[in-house]
Design a protein. Structure first.
Length: 85
């Protein structure tokens, strides 16, 4: 018997997505102001390219959490995450 999927992916206009991504090597990478600025610039570039709205984010020492909202003509959140990583 096939195991049911743990997560379902919905790419519907207006849907909100809570996303998290961590660094490959866990550590305190995002405590330096210049590194934080660069990761946020990259996040914003990818977000704008994907035409997603950011409802908020939290940058932690080795990961980021964000709430993303899709427009009708936005790329998928999966595409955004791929590009951001």
């Amino acid at each position: 018997m096939e195991e049911p999927a743990r997560h379902h992916q919905y790419d519907l206009p207006g849907s909100r997505h809570f996303v998290t991504t961590v660094t490959l090597i866990r550590g305190s990478w995002f405590v330096d102001a210049s590194l934080c600025q660069r990761i946020l610039e990259t996040f914003e570039e990818c977000r704008a390219k994907a035409n997603l709205v950011c409802g908020g984010y939290v940058l932690m020492p080795d990961h980021i959490h964000a709430v993303l909202i899709q427009h009708d003509d936005a790329d998928s959140v999966s595409d955004f995450m791929r590009d951001f990583k």
